[in-house]
Design a protein around this ligand. Structure first.
Ligand code: MF3
Ligand code: CO
Length: 250
């Protein structure tokens, strides 16, 4: 499918979809603690989304079996919630969630520490979050997609970490994944010219070690190959005349 420019009406629906998703994340942050299972996090997330009258967009997406992707420590993304996976002090956990409101998708991810975490883990989360903000300095008309990815990569690598190459951000709207793909690193091509009214999910995935990942036999979970910690931070944004609007932050 091609890249879409959202109308004012569509932008209003995207805003509301994203506002609701921000609340989901704020609620989930509150329950992150040693002893909770990744299954419980998924149950709670799906409950909030459905209480809003919205649809959890990940559920059954290409067969994904849950509503929230819960990825612990060396798991980068798409971890499958399980009653057996109990969070413990010192873990880091990435929650990726999406919902549909009146036909419009929102998509956002956060990484949290469980109880007290190491200084390296704290720095990894901090650098991952900041790399998103470095990237979206170029999410403006006049720049190209490569400018976003190049800024993310430069910031991450200057801080001694690595950017995952296997997965990208993406356009978003009436579909969870729309064109264009948005790499978190500098591509050879300058990529699409950014225009007002585009909506993107920008989602740096950062590792404390090398960037190589394994795709596990459960068909979903992506882990670092070297066992290093990974963090993920994602927001749905709107391109405007000036600064981008970060729709999934409240
Ligand atoms: N934020 C992720 C993405 O953009 C979540 C989708 S994975 C799913 O790819 F399959 F669980 F939906
Ligand atoms: Co996404």
């Amino acid at each position: 499918m091609s890249v879409t420019i959202k109308s004012p009406r569509e932008i209003e629906l995207m805003r509301e979809s994203c506002r609701r998703l921000a609340i989901v994340h704020a609620e989930l942050e509150k329950i992150i603690a040693p002893g909770i299972s990744t299954y419980d996090i998924d149950r709670k997330g799906e409950e909030i989304i459905r209480d809003f009258g919205c649809i959890p967009s990940f559920k059954n997406y290409e067969g994904y079996p849950a509503s929230i992707c819960v990825s612990v420590n060396d798991e980068v993304v798409h971890g499958i919630p399980s009653k057996k996976r109990i969070l413990k002090e010192g873990d880091i956990v990435s929650l990726d969630a999406g919902l549909i409101y009146q036909g419009y998708h929102s998509d956002a991810a956060r990484t949290w520490g469980v109880g007290e975490i190491s200084d390296e883990a704290k720095r990894l989360i901090e650098v991952t979050n900041r790399s998103f903000f470095e990237g979206i300095r170029y999410a403006k008309p006049g720049y190209h997609l490569r400018d976003i990815g190049a800024a993310i990569q430069a910031y991450v690598e200057a801080n001694g970490f690595s950017v995952v190459r296997d997965l990208c951000g993406h356009g978003i709207g009436t579909h969870l994944h729309e064109d264009p793909e948005i790499p978190n690193f500098a591509t050879h091509k300058k990529g699409l010219k950014i225009m007002k009214g585009m909506t993107f999910a920008i989602e740096p995935m950062v590792t404390a070690g090398k960037y190589d990942v394994w795709w596990l036999d459960d068909d979903w979970t992506v882990t670092t190959q070297d066992g290093s910690l990974a963090a993920h931070y994602e927001n749905t944004i709107l391109i405007t005349d000036g600064e981008p609007e970060i729709l999934t932050l409240i």
